[in-house]
Design a protein around this ligand. Sequence first.
Ligand SMILES: NC(=O)c1ccc[n+]([C@@H]2O[C@H](COP(=O)([O-])OP(=O)(O)OC[C@H]3O[C@@H](n4cnc5c(N)ncnc54)[C@H](O)[C@@H]3O)[C@@H](O)[C@H]2O)c1
Length: 302
Amino acid sequence: MSLLDGKVAVVTGAGRGIGREEALLLAAKGATVIVNDVGASLAGDSNEGQPAQVVVEEIQAAGGRAATNYDDVSSWTGAQNLVNQAVEDFGQLDIVVNNAGILRDRMSFNMQESDWDDVVRVHLKGHFAMSHFAGVYWRSESKAGRGRPGRIINTASEAGLYGNVGQANYAAAKAGIASLTWVLARELERFGVTVNAIAPRARTRMTESAFGAIEAEDDAFDPWEPGHIAPAVAWLASDGAKDVTGQIFVVFGSTVELVEPFKVVSALDAGARRWEPEELVQRAPELFGDRLSGLPKFDVGL
Ligand SMILES: NC(=O)c1ccc[n+]([C@@H]2O[C@H](COP(=O)([O-])OP(=O)(O)OC[C@H]3O[C@@H](n4cnc5c(N)ncnc54)[C@H](O)[C@@H]3O)[C@@H](O)[C@H]2O)c1
């Protein structure tokens, strides 16, 4: 018995990079996988082949079950088609891995309207549209007395958790995905569905375009291999993670790190009256203590 036997999964943007590895591992662990990918260029402004077909062939050659899907996840009807395909062709949907994404890095003062709109649409609307239609399905199954322990695994980014220069569009979308994860986790808990997010770090065309070539050290464990991300996703997709929801994990190489959401770390209280701003000028150092009052550190070790 494999970890994901009998499950039906959709992995978006699974033709390349991290999503490809996730689709391969979910299938190797027994899931039937719909490999979605529009075959977009990195910037999402043109199409480059049908990588989903190649991944489906790899899964089938290894004895797994898979099907292609070429819908654009950032379109409402595309996301609906994808969810419908799982239910109509395989009878059910258990796992949604939201992974598809594009990149258009520019400084905020150089960014064009289309760079903002397209990146936010593919990542944030793409995650939401898929989650919406999966939620519609799981809710109706639950109401019909066929409740399924559904799983959504979203893909955030450390750029969204900490903010990264040149990525206003991308980081804002990824931070939105973190917040979306918490909302969906709260809303879908009643149907037995868990919703978590990973913030991965791996060598793909996305990181190599942002940071340049990332070399592997000879004969050493290469932490940048994109295949290292998939085991955490398979865990979150499994029945073994039924009590894990609303969580964010940074996943890199051999590490899985748990991230705490925003939390209050210190407070000032005027005592049942409104503050005068001049008082806050005076007392603000108490709020920070020995914490930074400037930018938090952000270093992904590249
Ligand atoms: N590589 C990293 O270190 C890293 C870091 C943080 C977050 N991420 C996130 O991980 C995810 C995967 O990134 P990757 O590095 O593997 O990139 P990638 O470019 O290799 O893969 C992304 C895939 O998404 C597909 N895609 C793009 N738009 C789509 C759409 N509208 N509908 C369906 N498919 C679409 C592309 O065709 C591509 O195959 C992304 O969400 C990315 O933001 C990656």
